[in-house]
Design a protein around this ligand. Structure first.
Ligand SMILES: NC(=O)c1ccc[n+]([C@@H]2O[C@H](COP(=O)([O-])OP(=O)(O)OC[C@H]3O[C@@H](n4cnc5c(N)ncnc54)[C@H](OP(=O)(O)O)[C@@H]3O)[C@@H](O)[C@H]2O)c1
Length: 299
């Protein structure tokens, strides 16, 4: 049985992955057990556990805050994956790592494919790209999964923010000129489980970068409208409180009207064909992913 070390178990993707593995094979690691900004601690832990596979969803994900904390963002997103990969390589182990749509600058008109030019805009995006490169250089079998707009019933995310704000305010203004695929942490976790089963580590052709998002795409405005619509569809039956914002009260604005410290790509659409062709894995449409997550919400 493979020994699997899973980081970031209190994050969205890590938490969704936790129940998918048998307890005997899994070594779940939270920040309190391992600070990924501490290089010596990482080496010590890997040498101690000797995993066959490292799954690393832990990351510094505060995209705007990263602009003022570049050293910490790079320590967690670039140096930590490098050390994890170096130590794993010494053990002949493999690694599954997560990256982001933000490695692209968003100027392409059609969905990005894995071979497209990367051009990250902000500190977070640059640190994530540096992490990808470090893993590739370590020379171990790896899957780097670029995903986008992650949300779920557990954790801090856009879905939770929209529902909170819609409960407090009469109207919302949401960016409508950035497009991508809202991707459910639960759907990511289900895909990762299939990858763990299907991936032939010794087949070097399978090592590499893959896009992994829910199918279809929308804008942040479209996502917000769908969240409120789905909430309203379930609200009475589930006994949830009424929202102050109705779907028609959600105004579409441009990204220029909502300036943030870090620039986001206008086009975050990722083509998932490589994942389908290599592993026959396909995530559901984003609306379906949202419906599944809404069923899990409690208020
Ligand atoms: N969220 C998105 O929209 C999005 C989009 C594209 C790609 N991704 C990528 O997908 C992956 C999973 O993202 P996610 O949404 O699950 O992230 P998340 O919910 O923010 O979770 C990140 C986890 O990393 C942990 N962490 C942060 N700094 C750490 C440190 N110094 N030492 C140890 N652990 C640390 C956090 O610990 P605490 O719980 O203690 O804070 C948290 O458990 C990441 O690689 C991310 O870059 C995310």
């Amino acid at each position: 049985m493979k020994k699997i070390l899973l980081t970031g178990v209190n994050g969205q993707v890590g938490y969704a992955l936790l129940p998918k593995f048998s307890q005997q094979q899994l070594f779940p690691i939270s920040r309190s057990e391992l600070d990924l900004a501490d290089q010596d601690d990482i080496r010590r832990l890997i040498r101690d556990i000797k995993p066959d596979l490292i799954i690393n969803p832990a990351a510094y994900t505060a995209v705007d805050k990263a602009e003022s904390e570049p050293e910490l963002a790079f320590a967690v997103n670039a140096t930590a994956p490098r050390i994890l990969a170096e130590e794993a390589a010494k053990l002949d182990a493999a690694m599954i790592h997560f990256s982001t749509d933000y490695v692209y600058d968003g100027t392409k008109k059609t969905p990005y494919v894995e071979g497209d030019l990367v051009n990250p805009a902000g500190v977070y995006a640059k640190s994530k790209l540096a992490g990808e490169n470090a893993i590739r250089e370590a020379g171990l079998p790896h899957l780097i999964l670029r995903t986008s707009w992650v949300y779920g019933a557990y954790g801090k995310n856009f879905l939770k923010t929209i529902l909170r704000l819609a409960g407090e305010r009469d109207s919302l203004r949401i960016v409508s000129d950035q497009f991508g695929a809202p991707t459910s942490s639960e759907n990511i976790a289900n895909a990762v489980i299939q990858l763990v089963e299907k991936w032939q580590w010794q087949d070097q052709a399978q090592t590499g970068i893959y896009h992994l998002t829910n199918a279809g795409n929308t804008s942040w405005h479209g996502f917000a409208c769908e969240i409120v619509t789905e909430y309203e569809a379930l609200r009475i039956e589930r006994g949830w409180p009424a929202l102050k914002t109705k779907v028609e009260d959600i105004a579409a604005i441009t990204a220029a009207e909502y300036p943030t410290p870090a620039t986001r790509p206008a086009n975050s659409k990722l083509d998932n064909s490589k994942l389908k062709q290599t592993f026959n894995i396909e995530l559901p449409n984003w609306e379906q992913g949202l419906q599944q997550v809404m069923q899990q919400l409690e208020f």
